[in-house]
Structures are given as structure tokens and as C-alpha cells.
Design a protein. Structure first.
Length: 83
């Protein structure tokens, strides 16, 4: 987009499973439990000219900040935008 002309990075977000387990209720019902999150991955150009994903470690990177906030509110967002 026009507003990205000054950006010197490419990145994308990955939805990741942070925790997963299956619990069993007292009456034998299986209950899945998931903790989801979002991670930021910078896209870097390899020696072969291909975009590859690399974890962004800079805490003040705009996409890292977005991923942190999205992860914090993941359950609320999923509840309101359920598919």
C-alpha cells in the first residue's frame, strides 16, 4: 500500500497452539483445552532469492507488539468472530 513505502521490513503473523490437552470429566466426557497465540515472523530474502520466515526478536517491532496484543485478547476475538 502507499503508506508502506517507508517500511524496510516484510512480515506476517502465524496462529500457533501454545498449549493443548484433553481433560476427562467425572462422567467420562472428553474436554479439549487449547491456548492459542500469535507469533510475528519476519520475511527475509535467502541467498536463492526466496522469502523465508524468521522469528522477530526485537520487542519494539510493530508486528511483535501487534502479535502480543492479539495473543492477549485471542479468546475474546475468537468469541466475537467465531466461524
Amino acid at each position: 500500500s502507499e503508506d508502506s513505502a517507508d517500511w524496510d521490513w516484510r512480515a506476517r503473523e502465524w496462529f500457533v497452539v501454545k498449549e493443548a490437552e484433553v481433560q476427562v470429566s467425572a462422567d467420562g466426557v472428553l474436554i479439549p483445552r487449547l491456548v492459542m497465540g500469535v507469533e510475528a515472523r519476519e520475511q527475509v530474502v535467502t541467498d536463492h532469492g526466496v522469502l523465508d520466515d524468521a522469528a522477530i526478536t526485537r520487542a519494539d517491532h510493530p508486528l511483535v507488539l501487534y502479535a502480543r496484543e492479539f495473543t492477549h485478547y485471542f479468546d475474546l476475538i475468537a468469541e466475537r468472530l467465531s466461524v
